[in-house]
Design a protein around this ligand. Sequence first.
Ligand SMILES: Nc1nc2c(ncn2[C@@H]2O[C@H](COP(=O)(O)OP(=O)(O)O)[C@@H](O)[C@H]2O)c(=O)[nH]1
Ligand SMILES: [Mg+2]
Length: 461
Amino acid sequence: MVFFWRKSDVEKKAEKGDKNAILELIKQGKKEKAERILKKYASEREDLAEVLFELYVQEGRLVQAYPYLRRFDGKIGTAKERAKVYQAVGDYEKAVGEYLKVGDFESIFNIAKIYRQLGKNKEALNYAERALNIVPYDRKEELENFIKELKSELGLVEEKKESILEKLKRGLKKTKEVVEFGVLFRGRKVNEEFFEELEEMLVKVDIGVKTAVDITERLRKEAIRKNIREGEQIKELLKKELKELLKNCRGDLNIPEKNGAVLLFVGVNGSGKTTTIGKLAYQLKRDGKKVLLVAADTFRAAAIEQLEVWAKRAEVDLVKKQEGTDPGAVVYEGMKKAQEEGYDVVLIDTAGRLHTKEPLINELRKIKKVIQKFDSEEPAEALLVIDATTGQNAIQQAKVFKEAIDITGIVITKLDGSAKGGAIVAICKELKIPIKLIGVGEKIDDLQAFDVNAYVDALLD
Ligand SMILES: Nc1nc2c(ncn2[C@@H]2O[C@H](COP(=O)(O)OP(=O)(O)O)[C@@H](O)[C@H]2O)c(=O)[nH]1
Ligand SMILES: [Mg+2]
């Protein structure tokens, strides 16, 4: 609507509270006059309060707009205007409510900023991530920086997750430093010298002399038959050989779905039993299992304490008794607790003093007997833990433990600290027991299933 007023008429009518006249005054730029008139009526008349409210908002005088908003119970202005006013006076709850009604990028981002200001970083992150779905191109960087800062304040700075292969490569670093397969294969001509070097390297990584000689011999023949001249091609053949050799060397951990599945860990002192139990407990707990640790290595107090530290780290329960207690008695208590309190998995730590062979064997047999008093089908696994740095010597140790108890699987630890990453091949060939887990570091998530393809690729690439 367009009105043609004579100046005096406009002012007169405006003074009497005529809304159109007041709007005309504002249009003419006489905002101060309009404001003075509006203030006179605004506490009574909602339509004029709204005009005044909008006048204030447009001029950025948000605090002055607030009383009218309150007076009319949040019913004047647009949701966006109301949100801005509430935010300006610190009525954050109402501001968030109004911004949510608007729902555009700016509003959702503003909510995130409000929460951050209030120190509620989690909520802030939640809304910032919602805003990310609707962010216009030119605001993206700003929002992403905001999110980055929040995450870092929340301690959520995402460490890039290492893939299994990357972790394995890191784990095999030492082996690969000593024996540089990469250098051998890259750009080398395939001749007798090449095969001699290859054989030497295979021996060095401890896959076993006979295996090394056999494999090299097969590759020699293959190279002639297929007229192979490039090292890279031999690498692929060697990978195939090793994968074939290891094909039957892996196994999955057997944890039956029932109450009180038992995993018994045996192995010489220092092989990594306690550490492995800690890492595994953490994984099982993360998978939603109720896990109980049993400290049946009672020979030294420090061994019990070490398991206790891991139990805390993995946030699982622990059964322990005093140093020197009969391990059978600790296992008894653990099994009883597991049964009574419905634990899914029981991980039992044991002592492994090889120089006392007979007592060791008796102790393990007794532990097994105690377990079977509770459940004749257990233990589901008796895992022999082997330190990779001992290389093929581990095979001798394994024989002692096999005398005492049926070993159902092998855990190879410290692959990261060993230059003998190839010992897995020898151990597998010799013992014919599946390798179920490998340890590639001292951290809680440095334990993985044995993946033959990943292992061979990591060793040779
Ligand atoms: N680098 C490395 N160290 C390990 C690994 N597993 C265990 N260890 C270390 O080996 C040492 C002995 O381990 P421990 O669990 O106490 O062996 P246990 O005597 O068989 O219980 C500890 O210092 C562990 O931190 C592994 O996979 N990598
Ligand atoms: Mg231990």
